[in-house]
Design a protein around this ligand. Structure first.
Ligand code: FEO
Ligand code: CA
Ligand code: CA
Ligand code: CA
Length: 660
């Protein structure tokens, strides 16, 4: 059956409501779903929002889909090339020691090398439109101890030392690296370039915004509460129109614990998941900052978004507290109609929230980057949290929504206002999650990356999975959600600063080969046996409006996940909703971080934790300590002695735009 052109029915929001009302009279939820599956684009997604700019560049997807696989390599479409640009441990500076394949380097060496587990990333051209040379800025989220330390450290034969803690701290944070395209199309790091920089868990930073100087961020190292040391668990990223990079602190809680033997965590620490005793990374054993019994306010200095100027290597990174404290995934910017800066942000935890920040001051395109930078636009503004409504019909996976401001005068669901719970905005922002609880926000299926369509301004967010969900709603429609979905919304009047919106699900990931058609587990009509995936995570638009989707999911390739293979990157056409698999990663990795050259001829992608131990589908009897190459030999086919997270660059051999 010919699909109705989505533009025909949904460019006018009032038409959506009309169709919803008709649907309410005719269909139950399951009937609507079946209709959607049977009739392709018609049905429960057919009347949804549409990314409706069709003026150019169609068809958007021109490459031949890559088959799912469980191999140990990066696989790209026919006619594409790829190269490994940089890996954990590679040199950045003239005096960086070479990486040792046995993981025996010390903390001082690690501070001069690329960090571990690269995640969010942005290519900043050196000169407007330069697609051959730029600064590649990337996050280093965490370490995999099984590969990061020598076996004697992991087994406990060698005592845990301060150098081990420092080495781990130095592998976190951010790298700034000048990179250059070569004559053969590949890319290289310019080792020793003046812009090159490592920012890690001990780099001095400034606290800005309402939390600066607050009593809850005063510590031994910073009695005034105006500075902070370091950034950790840097997950996704953002970037600003004035040339700065935003790094997002996610699971900071995993670095805080205590050796005191007592669980004396505050309710605030518990809400954010600070470890009761030993932390995952054991820093508290050799660094008092990370023992919450010794330094009660230190954890309040993490969970923020940090603004970094990559073009000023000596600049002090700024923590932007007005954007809230939670497990920040990434940050997607858009200008409001009046040019206030709007930042969309997810809090990646099951049943946590989706936020947006609206700046007080406005961006001025007539000014240069330096002038806009000096305005500190992210320093003050209003933080909102999303409340999703069902709209006219329950169960049709579309609806309406409201942005609730998190201010002292905001009503609390239980009565009174947020001002009854928090004495000032600093205290409220430090407890952002608890304030959002009190305000009645919608509990989501782990909001990961947000991306804004460059032409329509519609906003998309990956909801990666939520296997513990028991109560469903329109936007989180499945119990025990193992596959995830992508929601998109359109702000009222097309203005990013609006306080209401309309939304629909762009895709409900699922497995149509493992589950009966018509079940929610089979996925939406744009999921099929050739493109299925689970746990969408990284998300980005290119300038033409292609939606690039990266996964961080189950790679067992059995049961619910049979036929999906390793984690992957897909490309979607927001208009037709077609999704095609563009790339498959090596064994047990996650695909994350994405950025394009200005000419869209190259895409930079991160391969995180190849060979990750735990949950490996073909778990060998050995451990990574015994045989580091048993789980993955990528990217050096064993030459490096162990798998390594790395950045790859992909380009089209004929010089065309990637994705075409
Ligand atoms: Fe660091 Fe939610 O991914
Ligand atoms: Ca609805
Ligand atoms: Ca992620
Ligand atoms: Ca994830």
């Amino acid at each position: 059956m010919k699909a109705i052109d989505a533009d025909d029915v949904s460019s006018n929001p009032s038409t959506n409501l009309h169709l919803n009302q008709v649907a309410a009279m005719v269909y139950s939820r399951r009937d609507v779903l079946k209709a959607g599956l049977a009739f392709g684009a018609v049905g429960f997604f057919g009347a949804g929002l549409s990314a409706c700019d069709r003026s150019d560049a169609y068809p958007l997807l021109g490459f031949k889909s890559v088959a799912a696989n469980s191999g140990d390599d990066v696989v790209v479409p026919e006619g594409y090339r790829h190269t490994v640009l940089c890996r954990w441990g590679d040199p950045l500076f003239a005096d960086s020691p070479a990486w040792k394949g046995d993981a025996s380097e010390n903390a001082a060496a690690q501070a001069l090398q690329f960090g571990d587990n690269n995640d969010g990333m942005r290519f900043f051209p050196l000169g407007a439109g330069n697609s051959r040379e730029g600064l590649l800025v990337m996050n280093h989220e965490y370490i995999n101890p099984e590969y990061f330390f020598t076996p004697d450290v992991q087994s406990g034969d060698t005592p845990w030392s301060q150098d081990h803690v420092r080495k781990s701290q130095h592998a976190h944070g951010v790298s700034v690296a000048q990179v250059q395209r070569q004559a053969d199309g590949s890319w290289q790091v310019v080792v020793g370039a003046p812009y090159n920089r490592r920012i890690h868990a001990n780099t001095p930073m400034e606290l800005t915004g309402p939390v600066r100087g607050h009593e809850q961020v005063r510590t031994t190292a910073s009695p005034a509460g105006e500075s902070s040391l370091g950034t950790i668990n840097n997950c996704g990223n953002g970037y600003t129109p004035w040339g700065t990079y935003l790094t997002c602190e996610e699971n900071f809680n995993n670095y805080f614990g205590t050796t005191s033997g007592e669980d004396i965590r505050s309710p605030l620490m518990r809400r954010y998941g600070v470890s009761a005793a030993a932390s995952e990374y054991r820093w508290e054993e050799r660094d008092d900052r990370f023992d919450y019994a010794k330094e009660a306010n230190e954890s309040n200095r993490f969970g923020w978004i940090v603004e970094i100027d990559p073009f000023e290597p000596s600049s002090t990174p700024k923590k932007r507290t007005a954007m809230g404290r939670f497990k920040h995934e990434n940050a997607a910017l858009r200008l409001a109609a009046d040019r206030r800066v709007v930042v969309y942000m997810g809090d990646d935890q099951a049943d946590d929230y989706l936020y947006k920040f609206v700046s007080d001051a406005t961006y001025d395109p007539a000014l240069g980057d330096a002038e806009n930078k000096a305005r500190n636009l992210l320093e003050n503004g209003t933080l909102y949290v999303a409340k999703f409504g069902a709209g006219a019909v329950s169960g049709d996976m579309m609806g309406d929504g409201q942005w609730i401001p998190l201010r002292l005068d905001t009503p609390a669901v239980a009565g009174g206002t947020l001002g009854d719970l928090y004495p000032d905005m600093g205290a409220l922002l430090i407890a952002t999650r608890l304030a959002a609880d009190a305000a009645g926000a919608t509990k989501m299926d782990r909001p990961e990356w947000v991306a804004v369509h460059p032409k329509t301004g519609e906003v998309y967010c990956t909801l990666t999975n939520n296997s513990g969900r028991s109560t469903t709603d329109d936007v989180n429609p499945r119990q025990k959600n193992v596959y995830g979905q992508i929601v998109r919304w359109r702000e009222a009047g097309g203005d990013a600063a609006a306080t209401s919106f309309e939304w629909d699900l762009f895709v409900l990931a699922g497995n149509p080969a493992a589950h009966d058609a018509g079940t929610l587990e089979a996925g939406s009509s744009n999921v099929n046996a050739d493109n299925m995936f689970n746990s969408p995570d990284g998300l980005s638009f290119d300038a033409d409006g292609r939606l690039w989707i990266e996964t961080d999911g189950k790679y067992s390739n059995t049961g619910d996940f049979a036929g999906m293979g390793n984690n992957q990157m897909l490309v979607a056409d927001p208009h037709s909703k077609e999704i095609r698999r563009f790339m498959v990663g090596p064994s047990a990795c996650e695909i994350t971080g994405i950025s394009f050259t200005p000419d869209q001829r190259c895409v930079f992608v991160n391969i995180q934790h190849p060979g990750e131990y735990g949950g490996h589908p073909n778990q060998p009897e050995t451990t990574p300590q015994q045989d580091p190459l048993a789980f993955s030999r990528w990217p050096d086919n064993g030459a490096g002695g162990r798998p390594r997270p790395a950045t790859v660059v992909i380009w089209k051999a004929d010089g065309g735009k990637v994705g075409t």
